[in-house]
Ligand binder design. Structure first.
Ligand SMILES: [Zn+2]
Length: 234
């Protein structure tokens, strides 16, 4: 991961090599000015979702007139910026270099238990013939597994969906509690549908430990959100 000094976003070097792609993961709370004052993004139309911790995927093939509900977007259109807002949840950005498709996904534990990222990859494959093995994916800053305590309900929701529970560890001190590795759970879903682990890049920052980043667990309603984006210029 690279963070240029003075930058508001961290970037994945492998994705920076793609000439038609822009992307970034916010490294502090989002302010509208940060976004509007960027020359890099001035030609792009931002697309936000009304995020609801679902597995609803919006395929954007024309510019939406109103805010769409859901937790993932896929597009092949240039000059759109797919934007995900998070505070502890995992933002995932995906690109298919040869088919020129991009996706952005919001993965909290609920979306992860509904396999949202897995469904996005399946949809890219079914609709556009993307090969999972040639997709590149970037996992942004999220709450780290050492800080992410969850209860039995979360564990059981994974069990009920027939998902692996390998990303849960018994809490060392608290009975009936687990530490949940959100990043690992999503990585394993991606690999299970053919994404290659070597093509998944990760920003190893825990939002809960990093005071500049918004953390809902730490700051509750005062947390604010950070913003991650991906788009294509041609
Ligand atoms: Zn942490």
């Amino acid at each position: 991961m690279s963070v240029k000094s003075g930058s508001l976003y961290s970037r994945i070097p492998r994705l920076e090599q793609i000439p038609f792609l822009i992307h970034g993961f916010g490294i502090r709370k989002w302010k509208e000015d940060d976004y509007q004052n960027s020359p890099e993004r001035k030609d792009f139309k931002p697309v936000f979702l009304d995020q609801i911790h679902s597995d609803i995927i919006q395929v954007i093939d024309n510019i939406p007139e109103e805010k769409l509900k859901g937790d993932a977007m896929i597009t092949g259109l240039p000059f759109l910026l797919l934007i995900i807002k998070t505070a502890d949840c995992l933002p995932v950005l995906i690109v298919d270099e040869s088919q020129k498709m991009v996706a952005a996904v919001h993965c909290g534990w609920r979306g992860t238990s509904k396999r949202v990222v897995q469904k996005v990859i399946q949809r890219m494959k079914d609709l556009y013939g993307c090969h999972p093995s040639s997709l590149l994916a970037a996992l942004g800053p999220c709450i780290g597994h050492e800080c992410y305590e969850v209860g039995e309900n979360v564990y059981h929701s994974f069990e009920q969906e027939g998902l692996s529970t390998e990303s849960f560890q018994n809490h060392p001190l608290r009975r009936g509690k687990y530490l949940f590795d959100l990043k690992e759970a999503n990585l394993s879903q991606m690999v299970s549908v053919g994404v290659e682990e070597k093509n998944v890049f990760s920003a190893d920052i825990c939002t809960h430990c990093h005071e500049n980043l918004p953390s809902f667990r730490r700051d509750k309603d005062k947390a604010g959100r950070t913003l991650s984006f991906i788009g294509m210029s041609s």
